[in-house]
Design a protein around this ligand. Structure first.
Ligand code: PRP
Ligand code: URA
Length: 223
């Protein structure tokens, strides 16, 4: 289903590909079908940590007075409201801890969505974000952006709850999904470790890494 032809990240104004060598190295191991469930889980977390470092680099900071053991000084701290991480269940859960290691004050909301195998459209079954949180920055987490149906629905649900500042973090994106997000939510930046070639006829990303949820939770052995 290569409806877009060869795509580069520069084709999409909403997309940033994080091509740090460590991210790319770990992603290659993640894609390998021989990688175990245990290693897969660890790598998803590690890549999420490395991505978070990049994705948070423009967070506003403010001055703060600190007393060192020797004197008082002016330092910096992240200003404004804290982050809320919103994994899309199930596979997004694998990215939470990796980011929380860098941002321990982050709250966590959850959006439950699965893709109908026939229509490939998302079916929602859960939505819970921390109360009075609409002024926060939201990072939606999901390793895979395929058709984009799940991402578009997740952003829509957060928006309906009042969220305004939303970023989408994934590990592997397909051009089809990035395009769909651009059409539906052009103001939501997408950060990915890779922009892959295309979707197959079942909506799987090629070359991709297979079914992220199954590989993360060991519910099916990858072929
Ligand atoms: C996967 C993945 C995304 C979605 C992406 O979840 O984790 O949520 O598919 O596909 P899309 O861009 O075409 O919507 P899945 O539906 O397999 O659910 P699971 O994580 O519960 O297995
Ligand atoms: N969901 C996955 O887990 N993998 C894909 O390739 C597409 C959707």
């Amino acid at each position: 289903m290569d409806i877009f032809g060869p795509m580069s990240a520069s084709s999409f104004p909403n997309l940033t590909v994080l091509d740090h060598p460590l991210i790319q190295h770990k992603l290659s191991i993640l894609r390998d079908k021989h990688t175990s469930t245990r290693d897969f889980k660890q790598l998803v977390g590690e890549i999420a940590t490395l991505m978070a470092y990049e994705v948070t680099k423009d967070l506003p900071t403010e001055s703060i007075q600190i007393e060192t053991p020797l004197e008082t000084m002016s330092g910096r701290q992240v200003s404004g409201k804290k982050l809320t991480l919103v994994p899309i269940l199930r596979a997004g859960l694998g990215m939470v801890e990796g980011i929380a290691q860098l941002v321990p004050s982050a709250r966590v909301g959850h959006i439950g969505l699965y893709r109908d195998h026939e229509t490939l459209e998302p079916v929602d079954y859960y939505f819970k974000i921390p109360g009075s949180e609409v002024a926060r920055d939201f990072f939606i987490l999901d390793p895979m952006l395929a058709t984009g149906g799940s991402a578009v629905a997740a952003v829509g649900a957060l928006r309906a709850a009042g969220a305004r500042r939303i970023r989408f973090l994934c590990l592997v994106a397909a051009p089809e999904g990035v395009h769909r997000m651009l059409e539906a939510h052009p103001d939501v930046p997408i950060f990915t470790a890779a922009l892959d070639r295309e979707l197959d006829s079942h909506g799987y990303i090629l070359p991709g890494l297979g079914d992220a949820g199954d590989r993360l939770f060991g519910t099916r052995t990858p072929e």
